[in-house]
Design a protein around this ligand. Structure first.
Ligand SMILES: [Zn+2]
Length: 317
């Protein structure tokens, strides 16, 4: 069994529908329709259910096998489908110019959420173990994967906590995609990411930057208790209460301490596009103009420290 006891790391054994640690005498997870669901995985603020369930239904309404393959070809922000565009990252497959196409690999997707990545990894003949702490999100991803008809014989899904999951297997690629800012104990998560990465594997990660000015306005405590913009975002479930984006210099230090070396780090140049996309959603010409402006002008004059997202590709030191 590849799942290990979160306490003693002994392999869990399947007893009826429960994954159980025999030495500890404790059950840790239940297998439901082939998905391993660890106990105690509760999305604290139930952010996903509230904010996203119905909206996700509409974003993914037009997904079909043919439409999905077309969507994967729409790589840049201005042409992307809305479900991926609204995330705010300007380019799909952003890692490819640096490490090439990921194909025939073993991929661990931490906090997989719902996006193009897991189904496209499956399409490219990878073995994927994807998990999220939010059961709603794992179930929805499973439905999308079935809807777009990609092979699922190399897919394993789990509902699990990134700060507790222990696996008796290591991976070529560990992916972290917009997850960290929901995780309190980042150290526990990175320790596990390191443990589950092969010696020649790559950690690929993209996270929002705390110092991107519009985000700072919403997340800072400096303006509390009077921050109507923040109140608006929390009230409308646009951010999680207490959600904090990443302070990258701190995170890079933490990665180094835990035995990673950073191969590449770079910014996503979505300075204007990140927030204007909501207003010009149905105007591809204007979207493209903003995309080009960000890419060729603002990315030159604005520092990485103020970019909306930053990327990291790391390996074991
Ligand atoms: Zn145990």
């Amino acid at each position: 069994m590849k799942y290990l006891c979160p306490t003693c790391r002994a392999p869990l054994e399947l007893r009826a529908d429960r994954l159980t640690c025999v030495p500890c005498g404790t059950g840790h997870a239940t297998v439901v329709n082939g998905v391993v669901e660890f106990d105690g995985c509760i999305d604290k603020e139930s952010f996903f259910e509230k904010q996203a369930m119905e909206r996700l239904e509409t974003y993914y309404a037009d997904y079909s096998p043919a439409r999905f393959r077309q969507i994967l070809e729409q790589i840049d922000l201005w042409e992307m489908d809305w479900a991926n565009k609204r995330v705010g990252i300007t380019t799909k497959y952003w890692w490819e110019p640096h490490i090439g196409r990921i194909t025939g690999k073993r991929v661990l997707q931490i906090g997989c959420g719902v996006n193009y990545q897991v189904p496209s990894f499956l399409l490219h003949d990878n073995h994927v173990l994807a998990f999220d702490i939010c059961k709603g999100s794992v179930d929805f991803l499973r439905r999308i994967i079935d809807k777009v008809a990609v092979p699922t014989d190399k897919l394993e899904l789990a509902v699990a906590d990134a700060t507790r999951l222990e696996l008796g297997e290591r991976f070529d690629i560990v992916g972290i995609n917009n997850v960290l800012h929901h995780v309190e104990d980042k150290r526990a998560m990175f320790e596990r990411a390191h443990r589950h990465l092969k010696d020649d594997g790559k950690l690929i990660m993209v996270e929002p930057n705390y110092y991107y000015p519009p985000r700072w306005m919403i997340e800072t405590e400096v303006l509390d208790p009077f921050n109507p913009v923040k109140d608006y975002f929390v009230r409308n479930d646009l951010i999680e209460k207490g959600e904090k984006a990443i302070i990258f210099p701190e995170m890079r230090r933490q990665l180094a301490e835990l035995g990673f070396k950073i191969d590449k780090t770079f910014k996503d140049p979505n300075y204007l596009g990140y927030f204007t996309v909501y207003w010009v959603r149905n105007n591809p010409a204007l979207l493209r103009a903003i995309f080009e402006l960000d890419k060729h002008l603002f990315s030159r004059i604005l520092p990485a420290a103020l970019a909306p997202f930053q990327y990291i590709i790391a390996s074991k030191a």
